[in-house]
Design a protein around this ligand. Structure first.
Ligand code: ADP
Ligand code: SF4
Ligand code: MG
Length: 366
C-alpha cells in the first residue's frame, strides 16, 4: 500500500445501557492508504456507521471507544480532546452523509458555507475563498457555478446537493473522507454519477476514503479494497477484486452472491437466511454461526481471529488448520458457486462431527 493515512487497530465501541455494556464494535482493524477507497459493507446493524463515527470522534454517550487505537497519518486521534478533534474534522477529515442536509445549513447560501469552511481551515482571504469555492463547485460538476454559488440548499436537486457536500468535504483538502451511505437517498442513475465523481476526485486529490454502504454494486464500482462487517466485527477484508470475485468468509460469499450493477436493484441478501443478531444476543464463538451453512463445532465456542488467505484476511475457522483440536469441514474450498440465474448456492454444510478427533487425527483444513 502507499502511505497509510488511516490506521484503525482493535477498535472497540461500547454502549452503556441499563442492561449493561453492549459491544457494538468489537476489535475492528483496518488501514486506508493515500488515494485509496476502502468500501465498508454489511447488512444494517453491522456496525458500519458506528465505526465511521468513531473515526471522526462523534461517538456520543451512551457510546464510548472502550478499546483500540485510531491513527491519522501516524498521529493518534482517538485520545484527542473534543476541541482538538473538532479541528481535525473538516480540516483533516471530511464527511459526507446520506442526507446532504446533515452537512448543509438550509438557512445559508451554499457558497457562504464553503467560504466559511475554507476560511476556518485555510489562510485564504474572503475573495480568494469565494474564487476557490466557485472552482470547487465547477470541479464537482455544478453547472454555472458563479451563479449557483449564491443559491440556497433547497434550490438544488438531491444529486446536486450531494455534489455541494462533496465540494464542502474537499474544501480544506482533507487527508481522509468518511462517506456514510452517500448515495442511498439518490436516484439510481444519479448514484452512479456521484460515486464516479467521488472516486475521480479522491484519486486526483490523493484523499483516502472510507466508503460505508450496504450496496455491493457501489463497492464493486468504486472501492479498491473492501471490509465486510458482521455483528461489529470484520469478517473479511481484502482487495475488491479478491473479495468480490473470490470471497472466502461464508457471510461474504452470501453477500457477494448477486451483485447488481449500479443501475440494477436486487435483494442481495435473500440467500442468507436469518438476520443480524441484536447486541444483546451476539452468539458465542463466531457471531455468524447460527446463519452459517458451514458451521462446525469449533465455531460455537471459539471466536475466529483473522487469517491471511491469499490477499485477504478472513476471520473464519475454515481457514485455520488447527484441526487437531477441531476438525474443519472444509473440503475443496469453502466457496459456493454462482448459479446461472445469479443466485448463490452455498455448499451444503457437512454434518458437525459428533466425536472430536484424537490428537493428530484431525483433517487439515487446506
Ligand atoms: N446510540 C446507540 N445506542 C445503542 N446502540 C446503538 C446506538 N447506535 C448504534 N447502536 C447499535 O450499534 C450497532 C451498529 O449500528 P450501526 O453502526 O448504525 O450499523 P450500520 O451502519 O452497519 O447499519 C447496531 O446494533 C445498533 O443498534
Ligand atoms: S465456518 Fe464457522 S467460523 Fe466460519 S463463518 Fe461459519 S460459523 Fe463462522
Ligand atoms: Mg449505517
Amino acid at each position: 500500500m502507499t502511505e497509510t493515512i488511516l490506521s484503525v487497530r482493535d477498535l472497540t465501541v461500547t454502549f452503556d445501557t441499563r442492561r449493561g455494556p453492549l459491544t457494538a464494535i468489537d476489535r475492528v482493524s483496518f488501514d486506508i492508504g493515500r488515494g485509496e477507497i476502502l468500501g465498508v459493507v454489511g447488512e444494517s446493524g453491522a456496525g458500519k456507521s458506528v465505526t465511521g463515527s468513531a473515526v471522526i470522534g462523534l461517538i456520543d454517550r451512551p457510546g464510548r471507544i472502550s478499546g483500540g487505537a485510531i491513527h491519522l497519518r501516524g498521529e493518534r486521534i482517538d485520545t484527542l480532546s473534543p476541541e482538538a478533534m473538532r479541528r481535525v474534522r473538516g480540516r483533516r477529515i471530511g464527511m459526507i452523509f446520506q442526507d446532504p442536509l446533515t452537512s448543509l445549513d438550509p438557512l445559508f447560501r451554499v457558497g457562504d458555507q464553503i467560504v466559511e469552511t475554507l476560511r476556518a481551515h485555510t489562510d485564504l482571504s474572503v475573495k480568494a475563498a469565494r474564487t476557490r469555492a466557485i472552482d470547487l463547485l465547477a470541479e464537482v460538476g455544478i453547472p454555472a457555478p458563479e451563479r449557483r454559488i449564491d443559491g440556497y440548499p433547497h434550490e438544488f436537486s438531491g444529486g446536486m446537493r450531494q455534489r455541494v457536500v462533496i465540494a464542502l468535504a474537499l474544501a480544506a483538502e482533507p487527508e481522509l473522507i468518511i462517506a456514510d451511505e452517500p448515495t442511498t437517498a439518490l436516484d439510481v442513475s444519479v448514484q452512479a454519477q456521484i460515486i464516479t465523481l467521488l472516486k475521480r476526485l479522491c484519486r486526483e486529490h490523493g484523499t483516502a476514503v472510507m466508503l460505508v454502504t450496504h450496496d455491493m454494486g457501489v463497492i464493486a464500482e468504486a472501492a479498491d479494497r473492501v471490509a465486510v462487517m458482521y455483528a461489529g466485527r470484520v469478517a473479511e477484508i481484502g482487495p475488491v477484486a479478491a473479495v468480490v470475485r473470490e470471497p472466502h468468509h461464508p457471510y461474504a460469499v452470501g453477500l457477494m452472491g448477486a451483485i447488481p450493477t449500479l443501475s440494477q436493484e436486487a435483494d442481495r441478501l435473500s440467500q442468507i437466511p436469518g438476520s443480524m443478531p441484536r447486541l444483546t444476543a451476539i452468539p458465542k464463538g463466531c457471531a455468524f454461526n447460527p446463519r452459517c451453512p458451514k458451521v462446525f463445532s469449533r465455531c460455537r465456542v471459539e471466536r475466529p481471529e483473522p487469517i491471511l488467505v491469499g490477499a485477504s484476511r478472513v476471520a473464519c475457522h475454515l481457514y485455520d488448520s488447527d484441526a487437531t483440536r477441531f476438525p474443519s469441514p472444509l473440503r475443496g474450498g469453502a466457496r459456493g458457486g454462482g448459479g446461472a440465474d445469479g443466485t448463490v448456492t452455498l455448499d451444503p454444510a457437512p454434518p458437525p462431527p459428533s466425536i472430536p478427533p484424537r490428537k493428530g487425527e484431525g483433517r487439515i483444513a487446506r
